[in-house]
Design a protein around this ligand. Sequence first.
Ligand code: NAD
Ligand code: UDP
Length: 337
Amino acid sequence: MRVLVTGGAGYIGSHTLLELMAQGHEVCVLDNYSNATPEVLNRVRSLSNGTVTDFTGDVRDPAMLDEVMQNFRPDAVIHFAGLKAVGESEEKPLVYYDVNVGGTLALLHAMDRVNCRKIIFSSSATVYGEPVYLPYDEAHPTAPMSVYGQSKLMAENILTNWAKATPDASSVLLRYFNPVGAHHSSRIGEDPKDIPNNLMPFIAQVAVGKRDALTVFGDDYDTPDGTGLRDYIHVVDLARAHVAALNYAENATGARPFNIGTGQSYSVRDMVAAFERACGHTIPTKLAPRRAGDIAAMQADATRASQELGWNAEHGLDDMTASTWAWQSANPNGYDS
Ligand code: NAD
Ligand code: UDP
């Protein structure tokens, strides 16, 4: 298929490009590089030995979208482009709604103009909010606790209404758990621009000597070791879920959410210990109070993705930490290395 990948120069998008091309799909990227660098696509091209058409522009820009649609004529779109920092979303709600909701609306309008009917959307497990039960299945109530989570749920609702109202349309809503890890080549990986908000890139920067110590946000949760539990998923497994979703969308109509996680959860202390095994030295930590808005535990029931997409996570915890360490140590300053 011809697949337009918005935000394709980002962390998850770049890994997905490689998996798409490996399966024979033709790809085109639209990215405004607000959180990425064009060097990513150079590396994707050299790793795949393939063609990546790319456009530099904003997913909210109708003229830009029309240019991309007219030139590339996609059969399907994978929509990664968006903003993802939970804390920042509370400070800049209008920006988050503009990009994450407005961007999705603009994209659907542009797809309608060229009769493109298939879309895979980057949603998040954060749409569930405080667990009523765990593991979350897709029927779990949605009650996001942040502007970011609200913006993802609003976009899901728009995509659901669009798919219902549009003949032959399919919206596949992928609710990611916690993506970590890097491509086995160590040539692409996660490269946060500022101080990392997420656990794994922070640990990686401590391991490589860029930061002194990991701050553990709370050890008084109701979990076995008191630290937060999350369902971490290797980014390559996540990338493959998009290929599976694309195959599903080809013959599907309507909207359907899917959890994309492993079904296993690990604590902050587990992640530190696993990273120490990968890098061979101690990761200094210091304890701080809980981070505002954090919940104790999250875990996916990914049965639906297994049954309906034919997708299962294949990489375990040690693959996640080893690949992160390989990427970070080979590229201590990310794509500037
Ligand atoms: P990322 O920031 O690395 O990638 C997003 C890409 O979109 C970047 O290349 C950025 O430059 C681009 N972009 C941002 N705004 C744009 C705009 N207005 N127009 C065009 N391009 C734009 O993030 P990621 O981790 O790869 O996440 C991809 C998607 O998955 C996001 O929508 C994010 O909300 C979602 N998601 C991420 C996580 C996670 O933990 N990484 C978890 C759940 C969901
Ligand atoms: N965490 C931490 N220190 C950090 C970053 C995160 O202790 O510097 C904890 C956080 O409280 C949570 C887990 O690590 O329990 C995963 O956090 P992350 O931000 O990566 O993912 P999210 O909270 O969005 O699921």
